[in-house]
Ligand binder design. Structure first.
Ligand SMILES: Nc1nc2c(ncn2[C@@H]2O[C@H](COP(=O)(O)OP(=O)(O)O)[C@@H](O)[C@H]2O)c(=O)[nH]1
Ligand SMILES: [Mg+2]
Length: 250
């Protein structure tokens, strides 16, 4: 906890609109902008914002000790599973990852919590500037699932109201000793209106998808135009799951 408090605060910001330049209309950039401004004035509408690739999205992994937070991050970062528990010190700090969404680079700064896995021990400031939270339980460990409600209470109390939350049931490769059925995870997620999937840091199943879905949501929120429909993360996940249906069954 002390260590977390002594960390540099993360500054992340959302930018508003830039004028959108249409490619190859045969006019110079200046004229284009002028025309566009005229059009805007005529239409009385805002230009569609362009995503700023310098944005850094603070993303935090939370959940009980032993659910596989560090393993999940290592699998996403390095594409491998390193068996055995990581010592607390390995989990401290963050990993920067770039996820490409619709041809733009979405930068995630992923923080792995270690040693703060008991409620009320994660500093509140740590939640406050989070853009996304991946909340993990272990499908073989009932208490890690039961604690999800308490984690969510804490998150709703201290995180920004528009934080992107995703519930993950990890260790899906261990279905023979499963303690929590997938439907239970789905039900809990529905109750709290958060997206859900089962992952395995060991086999890599759905690990990429979990982070990509979050990156997609963050990207869409950053350029959200009031007149456009909001990004539907649930639908995105379902569509991606269908595409790779070979691998989402355990
Ligand atoms: N079979 C299996 N074991 C896992 C998985 N993820 C983590 N583990 C193991 O669970 C233990 C705790 O993992 P760790 O990443 O240290 O959990 P953390 O305390 O939440 O960071 C370690 O022994 C990992 O090897 C998984 O998806 N499948
Ligand atoms: Mg850890």
């Amino acid at each position: 906890m002390e260590r977390m408090e002594s960390m540099e605060p993360i500054t992340a910001y959302y930018t508003s609109a830039y004028p959108e330049i249409e490619p190859d209309s045969g006019e110079s950039g200046e004229n284009q902008n002028q025309n566009q401004n005229q059009n805007q004035n005529q239409n009385q509408s805002e230009p569609a914002p362009v995503y700023d690739e310098q944005l850094l999205h603070k993303t935090i992994l939370v959940g009980d000790s032993g659910v596989g937070k560090t393993s999940l991050l290592v699998q996403f970062d390095q594409g491998k599973f390193i068996p055995g528990s990581f010592s607390a010190t390995v989990g401290i700090g963050f990993t920067n990852k770039v996820v490409t969404v619709d041809n733009v680079k979405v930068r995630l700064q992923i923080w792995d919590t270690a040693g703060q896995e008991r409620f009320r021990s994660v500093t509140h400031a740590y939640y406050r500037d989070a853009h996304a939270l991946l909340l993990l339980y272990d499908i073989t460990n009932k208490s890690s699932f039961d604690n999800i409600r308490a984690w969510l209470t804490e998150i709703h109390e201290y995180a920004q109201s528009d934080v992107v939350i995703m519930l993950l049931g990890n260790k899906a490769d261990m279905s023979s000793v499963r303690a929590i059925r997938r439907e239970e995870g789905e039900r809990l997620a529905r109750e709290h209106s958060v997206p859900f999937m089962e992952t395995s840091a060991k086999t890599g199943v759905n690990v990429e998808l979990a982070f990509t879905a979050v990156a997609n949501d963050l990207k869409h929120r950053a350029v959200q135009h009031p007149s456009q429909p909001t990004f539907q993360i649930h639908q995105y996940i379902e569509a991606q799951k269908e595409k790779s249906s070979c691998c989402s069954y355990f």
